[in-house]
Design a protein around this ligand. Sequence first.
Ligand code: FE2
Ligand code: FE2
Length: 269
Amino acid sequence: MEKVFRNYNENSVKAAVREHYKKMRQKQTVAYVAEMKQKYLTFDKPMMLWEALSHLDDLIDVSDPDLDLPNVQHLIQSAEAIRKDKRADWMQLVGLIHDLGKIMFLWGTDMDGTSQKEQWGMVGDVFVVGCALPDSCVYPEFNHLNPDMSDKRYNSTLGKYEKGCGLDNLELAWGHDEYLYRVLKHHPENKIPEEGMAMIRYHSFYPWHTGHSYTALLKEEDKKYLSWIRDFNKYDLYTKSDRTYELEKLKDYYLPIAEKYLGKGPIYW
Ligand SMILES: [Fe+2]
Ligand SMILES: [Fe+2]
């Protein structure tokens, strides 16, 4: 039987996934996101890329109904599928690192939802904070639990935004996508092309790239983002399997690509 991905039906999915999304909906507000940006975007923790990758051997993403392997295995599976399709080297690298923002669990806290135990501030599909939550979110029945949804400034279609302001001006729920994007944006040697940076920043934004919500907030140029992210998404989602790899064995192939686009020095997290 063909494997079904992203099945969130009550019976087939673990209670932990549902609970994760409930907390995420309850706690990811405009105020929370602003606080997390202040707290985590400090760029003062140097760590080599390969070391960061190896730390993801200790993290299992609780929001993922499809995979119970350490996150580093998912990264390798994505990268190897992109490589097999002979796509550009930078895209292979993006496959390998796209979830690396999850290393915030190393300095995260249960209270912020950025730890091993509490991951609601780190992983899972993201949504826009500061405007109405669409029904295209997973478990839309939790939408009303978000405190911003009873705040007049934030509970309308546009909320705090201007019509057509564009994707880059939206504030998304805090998590690993935005974190890695901002860390790499701040990294002076970053040469990952615009497409790759968009793949990193928006790959968890399912209500937009798959649910087609938020049309009033988008602008014409955002269409190009959509084609890039949908292209990347097939590797992020449909490559999940039980096949495991040894990270160290892949170093000879991927490290030179990483150095080409990110330099040889540490990245400041
Ligand atoms: Fe991700
Ligand atoms: Fe991923």
